[in-house]
Write a new protein. Structure first.
Length: 481
């Protein structure tokens, strides 16, 4: 392990960690607001534009499918060019997509603008997770990355509050949904400013580009002199090609675990969360568009009481419990909540028992796989492929979310809420099984988890701070050391 990596791994918690949490977390606040506010907005849009259920489902889910593209593309580019070079670009796409969506004149334009927004949202997943992970120490990495993810809770609450405020104030529906979509540009704009001041990941500089001295200076500057690592000049960097990454059996199995479990979780979670107005209004025996204020208020209460504590409890306990272990706890308990709703007769017509079980599923989603899938995918891959691995995992997950959001109303119409949630329970059980493919990273060094030199000789590209010709003998010598 290099001196610089050791300095980061053993650094005590300080102000520079807080600064990194805020910088990365504000992006995730925006991601959550943009993804979850659409369920409320489409309730109003469908009424105004006379959308069919399939059109409504497409509006709800288009951002998720473009997030797949954004996560994969930005994740790969960040490993090739560096984290900082693309860290503000996805935020700019979120600003532009949010503003344009607010002024969409018809369905086609709305779909196009939400697609653009989704590219930025998807790109922010690997960037926020990996940058925080690479700035973290090994003892508190789960907490620090988990706190970044917990901004999702605040972004979701902000969406509910914005919707309630506008509707309760009597703002016309046609203006309300436009304001709800446009407000997502404000936190994204703040993100652009914050990220301009954040340095390149020191682990990336030292381990991938070979700029050890620049990495040490970045750490010292970002920590206001609290950390002064020593890194030798001319240190070699290692780049793992995309084919080298995907053809490595060890990394491929881990990727199956991170991407597969996240896909299964997002199917269940986003299908239920984005369709929550439909679920809650059905249980209440009413129409979401008829009394949206009451539905939103009830959602806000359930989410605040059940989900929000789960986010922060997960962040503050996962380093002691274990990151993978917490996922193995949360998946079955979330699935059990879904299963009970699906098999208990009459539960979907009994408001209080239903909301208790629905709230319990929210709690164990956050105190479990919703948080841990984000954290794990940013830890278990080597530095030169870390955003690639996280981007693929997050992108595949968003495909699951797209499917869940799009088909949930259809499944509900054919099999009822009970049938839809029984399927979600099955997916939760499968997610727990795939989690077993992931190593336990809690309190372990990133370098110990994924050594940079575990690559195939023919697929390794070695670079140094000073350009040089590299032979396979050099590669073999580096591996031997």
């Amino acid at each position: 392990m290099s001196d610089l990596a050791a300095t980061l791994d053993e650094a005590p918690l300080s102000r520079f960690h807080t600064r990194a949490i805020v910088t990365a977390g504000m992006g995730f606040f925006t991601d959550a607001y943009d993804l979850f506010i659409i369920g409320t907005a489409t309730t109003l849009i469908a009424k105004q534009w006379g959308l069919s259920s399939s059109q409504t489902g497409l509006v709800n889910s288009i951002t998720l499918i473009s997030a797949f593209v954004g996560a994969f593309v930005f994740g790969r580019v960040a490993d090739l060019l560096g984290r900082k070079k693309v860290y503000g670009l996805e935020a700019a796409l979120m600003v532009g997509g949010a503003v344009a969506s607010a002024f969409a004149p018809d369905l086609i334009f709305l779909l196009v603008f939400r697609f653009i927004l989704g590219l930025g949202v998807g790109g922010d997943y690997p960037m926020s997770a990996v940058l925080m992970s690479e700035f973290s120490n090994r003892m508190n990495r789960g907490k620090l990355v988990g706190l970044v993810f917990s901004m999702q809770a605040l972004g979701t609450v902000a969406g509910y509050v914005a919707g309630l405020t506008l509707l309760a104030a009597g703002v016309p529906d046609g203006i309300t949904w436009r304001l709800l979509l446009g407000l997502g540009a404000l936190p994204a704009a703040a993100v652009i400013y914050l990220r301009r001041r954040m340095p390149e990941s020191p682990r990336y500089l030292a381990q991938v580009t070979g700029q050890g001295e620049a990495a040490a200076q970045a750490v010292q500057k970002f920590s206001d002199g609290a950390l002064v690592p020593v890194s030798p000049n001319g240190s070699k960097g290692v780049r793992l090609t995309l084919w080298g990454f995907l053809s490595n059996r060890r990394y491929l199995m881990i990727l199956l675990g991170t991407a597969g479990s996240w896909f299964l979780f997002d199917y269940a979670y986003y299908g239920n969360s984005v369709s929550a107005p439909l679920i809650v209004s059905s249980v209440l025996g009413g129409s979401a568009s008829k009394d949206l204020v009451h539905v939103l208020a009830l959602q806000l209460i359930v989410f605040t009481v059940a989900a929000v504590p789960g986010y922060f409890l997960a962040a503050y306990t996962m380093d002691r419990i274990g990151h993978r272990r917490l996922q193995l706890i949360g998946f079955p308990l979330m699935g059990l909540s879904f299963l009970l709703i699906g098999v208990i007769p009459g539960i979907t017509t009994a408001v209080v028992p239903f909301l208790i079980l629905f709230g319990t599923s929210y709690f164990f989603a956050e105190f479990g796989p919703n948080t841990t899938t984000f954290v794990l995918a940013g830890e278990v891959f080597p530095t030169s492929a870390r955003t690639t691995g996280h981007g693929i995992s997050a992108g595949v997950a968003k495909v699951g979310a797209f499917i869940g959001v799009y088909v949930f109303p259809i499944i509900k119409d054919h099999f009822g809420i009970s049938g839809a949630l029984r399927l979600s329970a099955l997916f939760a059980a499968m997610g727990a099984g795939l989690t077993l493919l992931i190593p336990e990273p809690a309190r372990r060094s990133l370098d110990d988890l994924s050594p940079q030199d575990v690559v195939n000789d023919a697929e390794e590209i070695v670079a140094s701070a000073v350009p040089a010709t590299v032979t396979l003998e050099d590669v073999g010598a580096q591996r031997a050391t």
